[in-house]
Ligand binder design. Structure first.
Ligand code: NA7
Length: 531
């Protein structure tokens, strides 16, 4: 145990994942006194907690890397095309050591409140360790997928076996050998862990509410030649910090032609062989034109039928009622083939809803299942969960949750009106989780540091977005989404997975975000009030 810290500083950074680490680095470089706070015992954020078997990034490692340090880029060598969680965590740890960031971070410490003091123009941040830190600026780098969604399954408290959530996995290896295991949830986490759990469990039952589109990763070791070949692409990303390969809607989407079905099919075959999320770049209008997207859906369903022996199971595993790519597409290794194993079963919760958890298993409306362990791959209170849990109180005593009662809003996804000097890294209204979140973090951190640097140079101490600018931005975010197929799925992008969460399409799927926010900065921070 350590004594509580009572301190004043220039900036508090909450979270030591990829957003927080870089924020600490840049703010220190700016000459600020920075204090980092992290709930975990180490750096890594999402990659610290998500240790479930099979946890792996769905973006190629060479892109899922910081671009801001050439030295770092040269000295770090990824071993696989898609890095697994342990390697990504090692990367985060390496960054923390290499740039000597650890000494600035208070680990095992959770923020319990942050209060704005108008007279002192400062935030008072309190933690569960009794710390009280007064800072002129607060940077919330608390992550988009950091608060697990644990559905209230009826009777769950009775279950005698262990219950694991993929986003809060224990730090020791879990041995499922000889056990009857259930996995609930078939999003990216479920799709990744199911084939791994099937390797050791004596019986695996997957409880699926909504099937997902999944594409083979075709993961492989990275050769030196692969790395050299990726150089120009990486340089291009540094330039734009926008990742077109994954979920972003390109600017030519709206007037692109609809190619003949055979042409589309042939292209999908090619991309399927290549593996990974590239399928979403097949045609510029894949996320905007239902006619184009429909063919992609047919293509993936056809592949599922080809991979799964039992026709009823294949049918249940085939997504039907939403377009491909508007929930984050899954990238798997052997997911569908896992259902061909004799000890693996799928339960379609739409056909037979879960009625209760018992001491020894699960019951649906038609059957009961004896179980030794339960794995919840049920996702996150995404994008806003961590912010909502921190008791943030801004100007006039209004809490962030009150301000967001009708749904989250933030000007440019960076700042919330009523909450001066509080920056959000990858907040709602920014591209955040669409594409590559590391690049999204870099983009935000660089904007925030440039902003603070320019304020200091001009002797300004307070920044807050105008309510109207914020409103107009969120209307633009909604408009950008409405021009695409994104709203056609009940996804966590719009908070649909959390009961009672107001439905607002949170990520920005429009074009040229980095350019837009740079322009706003150039125009003397248009839409912000600075003094
Ligand atoms: P996701 O993508 O939110 O997936 C969660 C899964 O859990 C999804 O299949 C849900 O079904 C299911 N779920 C959630 N609650 C329940 C209940 N109550 N009963 C049954 N099934 C339930 O989270 P992941 O962790 O897989 O992935 C998150 C992101 O991490 C991913 O997008 C990548 O960016 C990496 P639903 O679809 O809601 O019907």
């Amino acid at each position: 145990s350590r004594p509580p810290l009572v301190a004043e500083c220039d900036a508090v950074v909450v979270g030591a994942g990829f957003g927080g680490l870089y924020a600490i680095y840049r703010l220190r470089e700016l000459g600020l006194k920075v204090i980092g706070i992290e709930a975990a015992s180490d750096v890594g954020g999402t990659w610290y907690w998500n240790r479930y078997p099979g946890a792996r990034c769905d973006i190629p490692s060479l892109l899922y890397s910081y671009t801001w340090s050439e030295e770092l880029r040269q000295e770090w060598r990824w071993s696989e095309k898609y890095a697994g969680q342990p390697e990504i965590l090692r990367y985060a740890q390496h960054v923390a050591d290499r740039f000597e960031l650890r000494s600035l971070i208070r680990f095992d410490t959770r923020v319990i409140s942050a209060d704005w003091d108008e007279a002192g123009e400062s935030w008072t941040v309190r933690t569960d360790r009794g710390d009280c830190i007064v800072a002129s600026t607060c940077v919330m780098a608390t992550g988009n997928l950091s608060v697990p969604n644990k559905p209230k399954l009826p009777g769950v408290e009775r279950f005698r076996g262990p219950i694991y959530h993929t986003g809060q996995w224990p730090h020791q290896e879990i041995d499922f050998s000889g056990l009857r295991v259930a996995v609930i949830g078939t999003g990216s986490s479920g799709v990744q862990t199911i084939p791994m759990v099937a390797k050791s469990a004596s019986r695996l039952t997957v409880f699926q509410r909504t099937p997902n589109y999944s594409v083979p990763a075709r993961n492989a070791p990275l050769s030196d030649a692969d790395i050299a070949a990726a150089e120009p692409m990486i340089a291009k990303y540094r330039e734009s910090l926008e990742t077109p390969e994954f979920g972003r809607v390109p600017s030519n989407a709206f007037d692109a032609p609809v190619p003949a079905r055979e042409v589309q099919w042939a292209r999908y075959e090619q991309l399927w062989e290549q593996g990974g999320g590239g399928i979403l770049t097949a045609f510029p209008n894949i996320l905007t034109d239902e006619a184009v997207n429909d063919v992609a859906c047919d293509f993936v369903r056809d592949k599922i039928r080809g991979m799964v022996d039992d026709a009823t199971t294949a049918e249940a595993l085939s997504p039907k009622d939403y377009p491909l790519g508007v929930k984050r597409i899954c990238i798997d290794t052997g997911y569908f083939a896992t259902y061909n194993l004799p000890h693996v079963d799928l339960v379609d919760l739409r056909a037979e809803p879960l009625t209760t958890v018992t001491e020894t298993g699960l019951e649906t409306a038609v059957r009961s299942f004896a179980l030794d362990a339960l794995v919840l791959a049920t996702g996150y209170d995404a994008m806003t969960g961590a912010l909502a849990a921190m008791n943030i109180r801004g100007r006039s005593g209004v809490t962030l949750n009150e301000a967001w009662a009708d749904g989250p809003r933030a000007y440019l996804g960076l700042m919330v009106s009523g909450f001066p000097n509080l920056f959000v890294v990858t907040g709602p209204g920014s591209p955040s989780v669409i594409g590559n979140v590391i690049h999204a973090c870099e983009n935000h951190v660089e904007w925030i540091t440039a902003c603070l640097g320019s304020m200091r140079a001009k002797g300004l101490t307070r920044i807050e977005p105008e309510r109207d600018a914020e409103r107009a931005w969120m209307a633009h975010v909604a408009d950008a989404a409405s021009r695409t197929l994104y709203p056609k799925a009940n996804s966590w992008y719009q908070g649909a997975n959390i009961a009672g969460k107001p439905r607002v399409f949170m990520p920005y799927v429009g074009q040229g975000y980095r350019h837009r926010i740079a322009q706003i900065a150039q125009r003397n921070y248009e839409g912000f009030v600075l003094r």
